[in-house]
Design a protein around this ligand. Sequence first.
Ligand SMILES: *[C@@H]1O[C@H](CO)[C@@H](O)[C@H](O)[C@H]1NC(C)=O
Ligand SMILES: *[C@@H]1O[C@H](CO)[C@@H](O)[C@H](O)[C@H]1NC(C)=O
Ligand SMILES: *[C@@H]1O[C@H](CO)[C@@H](O)[C@H](O)[C@H]1NC(C)=O
Length: 432
Amino acid sequence: MIPRRHKYNIYAISVCTAVFLWFYMTWQRDDIYGVNLYDSTQTPASGVPSRDIMSRCVANIAADPSVDSKAKFYSVWNDSVNGEQFNVDLTKTVVFWTKMWKKHLNVYMPGKEGKLCPTLPQCTFTTNAENIRTADAVIFENSQLPLTYQMSEMPQTRFQHQYWIWLISECPNYLKINLNSYSAVFNWTITYRPDSDVSGAWGSQHLVYKRLKGADLDPNTDYSLGKTKLAVWFISKCSSRAHRILYAQELLKHIHVDIFGKCGRIVCDKQDFQCTVRHIRQYKFYLAFENMKCKQYITEKFWRHALGNNVVPVVLGAPKKDYEYLTPPNSFIHVDDFESPKSLANYLKLLDTDTEMYNQYFKWKTNPPKTIPLDDGVWCNLCRKLLGICPNTRKMYTNLDKWYRGENNDECEPVKNGTYQEVHFDTDDYDH
Ligand SMILES: *[C@@H]1O[C@H](CO)[C@@H](O)[C@H](O)[C@H]1NC(C)=O
Ligand SMILES: *[C@@H]1O[C@H](CO)[C@@H](O)[C@H](O)[C@H]1NC(C)=O
Ligand SMILES: *[C@@H]1O[C@H](CO)[C@@H](O)[C@H](O)[C@H]1NC(C)=O
């Protein structure tokens, strides 16, 4: 038997520990896309709905192919309820129906429930399937779905007002699932693409500038200071069929690059982010070569590893116009601007000796564009959308496969033909 007084002590200690852990994790956490969701500088939602929401609902949207060339792969319509019957809730519940890829939600939501967007506490996120009946939205993470649609794996009752959301972080080249079997299942999408219903991009200009806000940066900072090394590449998927491998092999003939990761030299434990950061910060350039060349597909290599560490990204992946649209102006060097890997190498060598030119790639930090699309991180984006949506608006993806891959499978460049080989880079072979 524990004496009663001790029971209270134990209780108090547990509560303190829980509170401490919560704060600690809030402090530590980076969301799944590598961006911090927790921003205390943001004032709470201006987008809080009220009865006025109905005035916005009058001008209803219809899928417009002149605005969105992919509109033919989904339909949008009005439900036939009469305005007075609308139940405009001021709170929203989001249920995670599947597990998420890394089960990280257990850490963020120890009690199976949490406010994943602290600036919008109207939204409660939960992994508890019992909440399905009252859910406003239900999230299905792609990697956890059956390869072919199975009704038995889905919630058994579907409410008209409920948004079923397909969430995926990868680009279409990796898809293993038969998306055709999921036609007419999902109402919304969360993907890296800005034309998704909710942006789940790996990073964004908005988040980057938000983090800089109040930093009081000196526009004359010399970002080459303390960088003793030239170029670094972390690579862990080494398929000989990826475009980036062929390009890099050529580039390495003309310039020294330190190559780390599974395909190069192992210097950091995979989980040890601080180690990676320490390495990256010694370099002037970071090869942010994406694994796949897909439109608008820009990952944490760009946002977190390069920009986040004040290192200029050299990019290969999405077309240059996508980087221009989605990332800070003049923040990167795109391989397509060079007629050959050799001329890129020469340019990097030039920047290495010309501090003035090198620092041009950081001017964006003190000179943000006037308008930047709002992006508060995926869960805030979702909550904001739910709070602002007209209660009678309906949407459904009639052809999710074509929406995602492109009508002619043209969202991504196909990988190169030829047999699959694991490429290993031994940096010393290329030493200059
Ligand atoms: C949608 O509903 C609104 C009223 O809420 C109505 O004014 C509008 O015409 C409807 N739009 C379509 C496409 O049915
Ligand atoms: C979601 O899609 C289903 C059909 O798949 C449809 O019946 C329902 O009305 C849609 N709900 C919303 C909120 O768009
Ligand atoms: C790759 O191979 C497929 C069939 O094996 C062929 O249809 C295609 O044209 C080839 N692509 C290239 C770029 O060579």
